[in-house]
Write a protein that binds this ligand. Structure first.
Ligand code: MCA
Ligand code: AMP
Length: 499
């Protein structure tokens, strides 16, 4: 049976005794043991009634069993739907009602709350904790071999939700072909091999930590130091035995902020890769001065996987995101007309290739707005392209804040604020932040006669939105600044509150 992703990423390791994962608890799991564990997970999925093409929602800690569940989902032909562990019950409910999974895997501490959601959408619940849980216990009793379910290039392997400028999250449908083509391009370009040892401190519920980092490692047979989360001490300890690291810019500014980070620590390192948010040119330069390494910056999106990358061998230019990946077409277009612009002019990044997703889950109109009939996807990012094809991102046409690599769509936060008692209107915007790159601020206007209590507002927001989306500062104003068209001038607010 052919299963595009499983056959490329996991099946080849069935007899590979090399270490795949070095975990926080000191356990080192071999590739062949991972293959067997993934098969046990596939049996659990099948027994839970997850038929090929059906969704498995996973909001769980980052452990070897979470990765084995991803492998098992691929083998069983299921669609893997990972969720940020910071999401509130309200947020998880939305995703589950939209995606109608057959199984929800969550942390044991959330089992009661998630149980209510599961009952409403007709799903089973299994738990996964840092040390065990009912999923792991059930898997223990399963056979270590599973008959792989056939999956073709266009079958879905993943469903990843991305918030939208409309405030409603959309499920980006990722096919086997989308994920495999990108993993192949990146593995080749970044020259990842079985000799590599990757420092993995990213979450595995997003494209960066799961598809970019894990799919390339699996494809190459690399060894991965799997850290449950970003921990500066752990990373400093792992660097001397490592050759490769992938991170968001905050990882690199935090390393730079530690006096122990130096060239000696990076003696065995081959490559540092950054993405998910803009890497400041000054961070790039300071990093080279401290470590002797020029960070390789790449650019991507959930809907498209990775789009461009600085070269491995050629010049890694600070402040640029490099060239289109092999097999990926990139053009810069006039945002109004869609016409391709000459080199050097600022316009919209559009991308086409096997890496581009299949559309938004059950949202054909949204898909049509962003994915052209000729296959080009409109990214919402503004850039210039040089004659040699090098891309420099200069801004965003979409109203988006990126904080520590997490995306926050202001509309989603504004919708929550506008619903609150006494609030007439709100504007949510980002200001520069030394650690997170950008930080969230909310400007609020009260209804006539109402007084706004920021502490009450914080509590309400806390119950509804994940912590990373919370405004870090609230400003109560008489009125929001607007232009002659009546549009809120967030640039004016940003300017006033950037300190
Ligand atoms: C944690 N907090 C945050 C963030 N992370 N607030 C804003 N933005 C964040 N990113 C909250 C915590 O809840 C906590 O709240 C407080 O901030 C301080 O937490 P701290 O201990 O400093 O945070 P941390 O646990 O060290 O996490 C920071 C982090 C993490 C390591 C930068 O956010 C992270 O791993 N980010 C990576 C995100 C990522 O993988 N993005 C890829 C998306 P309290 O006030 O309660 O203490 S995929 C993508 O974008 C595309 C496809 C691409 O190109 O890759
Ligand atoms: P997401 O929708 O979470 O996948 O986030 C994708 C967005 O992150 C892109 O549309 C960009 O705005 C941003 N992004 C990713 N990589 C970079 C980068 N290297 N430089 C600037 N922005 C980036």
């Amino acid at each position: 049976m052919t299963n595009i992703l499983y056959d490329a990423l996991i099946a080849p390791h069935a007899e590979n005794a090399a270490v795949f994962l070095d975990c926080d608890d000191g356990v080192s799991l071999s590739y062949q043991d991972f293959v067997a564990r993934a098969a046990q997970m596939a049996h659990v999925l099948q027994a839970a009634g997850v038929a090929p093409g059906e969704r498995v929602v996973v909001q769980a800690p980052k452990t070897r069993d979470t990765l084995a569940l991803y492998g098992g989902a691929l083998q069983a032909g299921a669609v893997y739907l990972p969720l940020n562990t910071a999401y509130t019950q309200d947020e998880v409910r939305y995703f589950c009602e939209d995606a109608t999974p057959k199984l929800i895997v969550c942390d044991a501490k959330d089992a009661d709350q998630i149980g209510e959601i599961a009952a409403d959408v007709g799903a089973q619940v299994l738990t996964l904790t840092m040390t065990g849980g009912s999923l792991s216990a059930t898997a223990d009793a399963q056979p270590a071999q599973f008959e792989t379910v056939a999956r073709g290039p266009d079958d879905l392997a993943g469903l990843l939700y991305t918030s939208g400028t409309t405030g409603r999250s959309k499920g980006a449908m990722m096919s086997h072909k989308n994920l495999l083509s990108n993993a192949r391009s990146l593995t080749d370009l970044w020259q990842i091999t079985s000799e590599d040892r990757l420092v993995h401190a990213l979450p595995i519920f997003h494209t960066h930590g799961l598809f970019v980092a894990m799919n390339t490692s699996l494809l190459a047979g690399a060894r991965v130091r799997l850290m449950a989360q970003f921990d500066l001490e752990e990373i400093l300890g792992a660097l001397p035995q490592s050759s490769l690291m992938m991170g968001v810019p905050t990882f690199y500014t935090r390393l730079l902020g530690d006096g122990r980070f130096d060239k000696a620590l990076c003696a065995n390192m081959r490559l540092f890769i950054s993405g998910s948010a803009p890497l400041l040119a000054e961070t790039h330069q300071a990093f080279e001065a401290h470590s002797g390494h020029r960070i390789l910056e790449r650019y991507g999106m959930t809907e498209t996987n990775m789009i461009t990358s600085n070269p491995y061998d050629g010049a890694r230019v600070a402040g640029t995101v490099g060239h289109a990946l092999p097999g990926t077409e990139v053009k810069i277009t006039n945002p109004e007309t869609g016409e391709t612009l000459p080199h050097g002019e600022i316009g919209m990044i559009e991308v086409r290739g096997d890496n581009v997703f299949q559309g938004y889950w059950q949202m054909p109109e949204k898909t049509a707005e962003e994915l052209r009939e000729d296959g080009f996807f409109i990214t919402g990012d503004l850039a210039v392209m040089e004659p040699d094809g090098r891309v420099t991102i200069v801004g965003r046409a979409k109203d988006l804040i990126i904080s520590g690599g997490y995306n926050i769509y202001p509309k989603e936060v504004e919708d929550v604020l506008n619903d609150l008692e006494g609030v007439s209107e709100s504007a949510v915007y980002g200001v520069p932040h030394a650690d997170f790159g950008e930080s969230v601020i909310a400007a609020l206007v009260a209804l006539p006669g109402a007084t706004l209590d920021v502490e009450v507002i914080k509590a309400e927001v806390g119950a509804r939105l994940a912590r990373f989306k919370h405004p870090r500062q609230y400003v109560v104003m008489e009125a929001l600044p607007r232009n002659t068209m009546g549009k809120v001038q967030k640039n004016v607010l940003r300017q006033e509150h950037k300190g």
